[in-house]
Design a protein around this ligand. Structure first.
Ligand code: SAJ
Length: 407
């Protein structure tokens, strides 16, 4: 069994590595030469617990990295699927290009597995016709499968091994063939269903989480307006056996939860109402944090925004991924209000990507009076006492120092 994994990013790379580590012959393909050169030079492209060890095992098992598509039995496509801002629909262009290239090299009977998250109906609408255009018959010459990834950044390897999964296929036999491949490393249960059900299920999972976070964020706003402690209320409410409210925060970032619910809004206008409201609430949080910053500056007599520092630039704790991050959204809000000069620091971001970004924690602290904790990285939790002479706005509820302001 030879597998060609297409796209060596946050999902494709760990998937390729874990398959190879468990004995499958794997070739990883990425169109970005720099990514391939790094991997061939022994450098994994992002920080994730256990990834380096897995990389070594995969290399020992002869994994190959290349920019070319290869002849294989199974193709796993793990390329980005952003949404089109204008109409909120899925942008399947990367998936389409990848499948077109697969069709140039694959042989009869090959299986193309799409792991990228797509809205329900996308594979039928955009991928299936590509096979027909080639004069091939789906289900005979080639097979299509959707096996949406479910792993959470920060715990990817553990989740790859242990999460339950969904496989959508046109016929059960092909579904079971792909299930057997995933079973080489996955201890979780694997449900086999049809493609559209698998597409919808994945989007529903992320939408469920987005709505739950939006509820927590709305509660934070209500509690702030009437002087109640939202964290205590959520803690006590969660002691109820059927209540599990998530945690309020400065916004929802990343390339999944802040994107996928839009697919349903775009595809089902007038029906996806709670989903739309949740997206709007979560997107309003950076602006809410900005209001809190102004209130606190006024209370503390801080007049110069350049004495304010944002701790954390990534979309969540202990990862180096900054996509759609609440801090970037907050900086964008500030630009709109013509407020510039706010300082930024993140121990996981080693390149300066925004103005007034620091690489040294102590220098950052010396330059500011008000620290806004935007991300609860391990580093700040372990060094909380270094903030004891600062004014602190803790948007993640990780700081137990006295006189800390919360959301
Ligand atoms: N967040 C909160 N409060 C919370 C939880 C999260 O404000 O209580 C924020 C985070 O700080 C972050 C954003 O939400 O900015 C999203 O983070 P996340 O940890 O909730 O999720 P992701 O985007 O890292 O990963 C999600 C996961 N989906 C679900 O848990 C249903 C993961 O399993 C998926 O594989 C992943 O999306 C994906 O790739 O689709």
């Amino acid at each position: 069994m030879k597998v060609n994994v297409i796209g060596l990013g946050y999902i494709g790379l760990p998937t390729a590595l874990i398959l190879a580590a468990h004995g499958t012959t794997v070739i990883g393909t990425d169109k970005n030469l720099a990514v391939v050169e790094k991997l061939n030079g022994g450098i994994v492209s992002f920080d994730e617990e256990g990834l380096q060890g897995l990389f070594q095992q995969a290399v020992n098992n002869q994994i190959k990295f290349t920019t070319e598509y290869q002849k294989a039995d199974i193709y796993i496509v793990a390329v980005p699927t952003p949404y089109i801002k204008r109409d909120k629909k899925v942008n399947a262009s990367y998936v389409i290009s990848a499948v077109k290239e697969v069709l140039e090299v694959c042989g009869k009977g090959a299986v193309i597995v799409i792991e990228s998250t797509v809205s329900p109906g996308t594979i039928n609408k955009f991928v299936r016709p590509l096979i027909a255009e080639k004069g091939l018959r789906c289900g005979e010459d080639l097979h299509l499968v959707h096996a949406p990834e479910r792993i959470i950044p920060g715990s990817m390897i553990k989740e790859l091994e242990n999460n339950n999964r969904t496989i959508g296929a046109d016929d059960v036999e092909v579904g079971n063939k792909v299930k057997a491949l995933y079973k080489t490393f996955c201890k979780g249960e694997i449900a086999v269903t049809d493609i559209k059900t698998a597409e919808m299920t994945k989007v529903v999972e992320n939408t469920y989480r987005d709505i739950n976070i939006a509820f927590a964020n709305e509660l934070a706003k209500i509690c702030r307006s009437d002087n109640m402690n939202v964290y205590e209320i959520i803690n006590i409410a969660n002691m109820h056996p059927r209540v599990n409210i998530l945690t309020p925060g400065p916004g929802v970032g990343g390339h999944c939860i802040s994107v996928d619910p839009w697919f349903l809004v775009g595809d089902y206008p007038g029906l996806a109402n709670i989903i739309l409201a949740a997206r709007k609430i979560n997107d309003s949080m950076p602006e809410f944090v900005l209001e809190r910053i102004s209130e606190i500056m006024e209370m503390k007599g801080i007049t110069d925004v350049s004495r304010v520092g944002l701790y954390g630039l990534t979309y969540k704790e202990n990862v180096d991924d900054i996509r759609e991050s609440p801090t970037l959204q907050l900086l964008e809000c500030m630009r709109k209000h013509l407020a510039r000069g706010i300082k930024v620091y993140d121990p996981f971001v080693h390149e300066n990507i925004v103005e007034s970004q620091y690489q040294d924690f102590d220098e950052f602290l010396q330059a500011v009076d008000l620290v806004v904790i935007m991300v609860g990285h391990r580093q700040i939790i372990e060094n909380m006492e270094s903030l004891s002479d600062k004014t602190v706005l803790d948007t993640r509820n990780v700081c137990q120092l006295a006189n800390v302001y919360k959301l």
